[in-house]
Design a protein around this ligand. Structure first.
Ligand code: NOJ
Length: 776
């Protein structure tokens, strides 16, 4: 075992010179910015002075990040804080609770403030759509606004830092954490990463209404084999650099102060002990200046990964690799004192880690005022959950933008605000699920369900009738799994009736209505950490319910709530309309009703590919080119496809309908040659050809026709969201320069090679107009 671990380490280190020599990217040459707002010279002098006065025990204390609750009772925590043995905590979001903890830290010898972190991923008291929904807006002002409001609310609850944004690229929707990210595309996810960090940190993480962003999970967590959470990642360096690393880098370029390290391994070495990842790439190549934290218990897990024999080796590996803070395990506390004393871990390595932790606190503004976000007791909110603390208008507006119209046969939608609507389905009245996973300080009783939203919309104008129709699953084992952590207050409560009885009741209710709106999908726990699925269809008897409702002959509107693409082939063929709503947050029910009744014209576009079947995984549009591609219209034999089903995805990346229609002209290029340092413009004229105002997303893809290494079929490089009145036309100009043509070659040099390029512009990744030019 020992031998293996040193071999693995040696193998990963062996790569280092190659990277150091390469360090090439346009995105990778410039050093990352120092966190905004902190005078760096003063900061270094301040930290130098402080570190010089600290004992080894105090230094090690700063590296501990404690999970409030199960890890340590409050009384003990206060003692540890007063002894200077804790750097920060996470999971408490209450000024009244946090104040005594900071006061305890202020009683410590050097009065070093602690910081409070929390998983504020897509909202705090107000819950916004899950990140997949935010990405579906393809509107960075929307993504930024959700993060900004989250920061305002979280900081008002004494939170200094958030473990977000989560920017792991995911191409395998079996992975439950697909829901937490912004999808499959490097460009779109990078844009979302930047917008999120801007929103969380505002102009500076030191602002009292900002929280420091910790970009996670570094790195490649979304690429776990088979979509099985915590599994292995083994990936070529080209793919890593080209597709998976850019979003982390983008978040750091936007000034994120922290990085959370992933739980998975990367090419044979756990990220938590991966020197190449954390030192050579993150620190040296990218120049990251902030703090790194391990994920929950990850240093301990080095034993189970089989790269450390015991806690001592684990602590040594982690700190040497560059893990500054240890989250929720005691290895640093137990082992570092003697490791440092014996010289096995050089004191300089400990000091480096301590400096980063203190630096982060400095940048959060905590040395200037440790109670910056805690405030005075007299100003504490009487009720932390008070309605007045929510941002409902913002939540509704943002949720409206996150919804994706997948089908709308015979203009079934928008519905009229009249008559009787049957609102059916296991997710029709599911306040917890509406919030999605990682819903921070959100309260289910404050989230508007679809049923409530429909009732509010139809009040005084029409009637809502309802039936549950189906449980989310009929499998007690799955229910047990989903309720594992909360048996006292289970999230998944089964209706005791048989599936047949529930369907019968739903059909009876539907027969008395003019239209059926049926909410189906997954509970939020099914799209969560450790919730990998081995199938992607609607669970349980939900499809049986849909089939039975179809027999009524009434218009069938399917409202999907889910945190990953689902294989909804039958639904695509048989539903009259399908609206993908992900988990739309506190105001979800109102926002969905706004779209169903046409108060909002849907404009969301898919941030990931919907496959036809599980067998098609991994599913992503920007796949490398191959030697025997399937060609539409030609015999499929001896081409790359699955012979039992149609070729290609069910819905492509970038897809989404509107209540109006748009046309696009051919692509016009300002020239057919691009010189180095020069610029071309690709233009299209887009027209609203329908009868109502609407927004669409014009997407620019590029393809490198011949290169020294295989390049993808196409890559998203730019996009514009445009609002057009009926009949209105607008010309969209996309500048194209050399930087957009660069890629990592076999030597990991970031280069644009001369030759032909295709420009593709479309309303999704599949249906595009093309033009070509040459780079000289
Ligand atoms: C484990 C998760 O992987 C991570 O995303 C989260 O931030 C931490 N737990 C803290 O809650």
């Amino acid at each position: 075992m020992r031998m293996l671990s040193s071999l693995a380490l040696a193998a990963s280190l062996a790569c280092a010179p190659m990277f150091a020599g390469a360090a090439p990217a346009a995105t990778a040459t410039a050093a990352l910015p120092a966190p905004a707002g902190a005078p760096q010279a003063d900061k270094q002098a301040f930290i130098n002075d402080l570190v010089a006065r600290m004992t080894t025990e105090e230094k090690i204390g700063q590296l501990r990040l404690i999970s409030i609750g199960p890890e340590m009772p409050a009384k003990q925590l206060m003692q540890e804080l007063a002894a200077g043995r804790v750097g920060g905590t996470f999971n408490s979001v209450n000024r009244a609770e946090n104040r005594p903890l900071q006061e305890a830290a202020m009683r410590s010898r050097l009065k070093i403030p602690m910081f409070f972190a929390y998983d504020v991923v897509h909202g705090h008291r107000t819950v916004f759509p899950i990140s997949l929904g935010l990405a579906s807006s393809w509107d960075m002002a929307v993504v930024e606004k959700a993060a900004r409001v989250s920061a305002i609310e979280a900081s008002a609850d004494s939170v200094d830092a958030t473990f977000a944004p989560m920017v792991d690229i995911s191409r395998d929707p079996r992975w439950g954490r697909t829901s937490e990210g912004f999808g499959e595309d490097p460009h779109l996810v990078s844009q979302c990463a930047r917008a999120s960090v801007r929103g969380f940190q505002g102009s500076s993480p030191a602002n009292p209404d900002s929280v420091m962003a910790f970009v996670k999970h570094f790195a490649l967590y979304g690429a776990v084999e088979g979509g099985r959470d915590y599994n292995t990642v083994d990936m070529s360096l080209q793919r890593m650099y080209q597709d998976y690393l850019p979003p982390y880098r983008a978040g750091l370029e936007a000034g994120a102060g922290g990085v959370m390290i992933a739980l998975n391994s990367v090419n044979g070495q756990p990220a938590t002990s991966n020197k190449w990842l954390l030192r050579d790439l993150l620190r040296k190549e990218w120049g990251f200046k902030g703090v790194t934290v391990s994920d929950h218990g990850a240093i301990d897990e080095l034993l189970r990964h089989g790269v450390a024999r015991n806690g001592r080796e684990a602590a040594k590996l982690a700190i040497e690799a560059g893990v500054d803070m240890s989250m929720a395990d005691s290895r640093y506390l137990e082992q570092l004192p003697s490791l440092v004393k014996s010289g096995e871990v050089p004191a300089s390595i400990l000091d480096e880690a301590v400096r980063e932790v203190l630096g982060a606190k400095y940048d959060m503004g905590l040395f200037a005022d440790p109670f910056r976000r805690i405030g005075k007791a007299a100003d504490d909110p009487a009720d932390v959950d008070a309605e007045s603390r929510l941002h409902r208008a913002e939540a509704r507006q943002i949720a409206r933008k996150s919804l994706v119209l997948l089908e709308n046969h015979n203009r079934t939608l928008p519905l009229k605000k009249a008559g009787t609507v049957a609102v059916i389905g296991p997710l029709a009245d599911a306040p917890i699920d509406m919030m999605g996973s990682w819903s921070a300080g959100g309260k289910p009783k404050q989230s508007v369900t679809l049923l409530q939203g429909m009732r509010d919309a139809l009040a005084g104008k029409g009637t809502v009738v309802t039936a549950r129709g189906a449980n989310i699953t009929d499998d007690p084992r799955v229910v047990g799994y989903l309720n594992f952590l909360n048996w006292d207050n289970p999230e998944v409560v089964q209706d005791k009736r048989s599936a047949g009885d529930m369907i019968e009741e739903a059909v009876r209710v539907a027969r008395g209505a003019d239209t059926i709106v049926v909410a189906v999908g997954e509970t939020r726990g099914m799209s969560h950490e450790a919730s990998s699925r081995s199938s992607l269809g609607l669970p349980g008897s939900q499809q049986l319910l849909l089939r039975a409702l179809k027999t009524t002959g009434k218009p069938l509107v399917v409202v999907l709530m889910n945190g990953r693409p689902l294989t909804i082939n039958w639904e695509k063929e048989n539903a009259d309309a399908i609206l993908e709503t992900w988990y739309a947050g506190t105001e979800g029910g109102h926002a969905i009703a706004d779209v169903l009744f046409g108060d909002e014209n849907p404009s969301g576009k898919l941030p990931l590919t919907f496959p036809r079947s599980l067998g098609q995984l991994p599913s992503y549009y920007n796949a490398p080119r191959i030697g025997r591609p399937f060609t539409p219209g030609k015999a499929p034999n001896y081409t790359s496809q699955y012979f039992e089903e149609d070729y290609g995805p069910l819905y492509p990346f970038g897809y989404g309908l509107s209540y109006t229609t748009f046309s696009m002209s051919d692509v016009r290029l300002s020239g057919n040659k691009l010189s180095r340092g020069g610029r071309l413009t690709a233009s299209v004229t887009v027209k609203n050809t329908g009868d109502r105002a609407g927004e669409t997303v014009v997407q620019l893809y590029l393809q490198d026709v011949v290169a020294s290494t295989i390049r993808p079929l196409k890559e998203l490089k730019d996009f514009r969201k445009v609002m057009l009145a009926p009949g209105e036309s607008r010309t969209i100009d996309f500048p194209i320069d050399e930087a957009m043509l660069k890629f990592y070659n076999a030597k990991l040099e970031y280069v644009a090679e001369p030759g032909d390029f295709n420009v593709q512009v479309g309303f999704d990744s599949a249906a595009v107009k093309e033009a070509g030019f040459r780079l000289e």
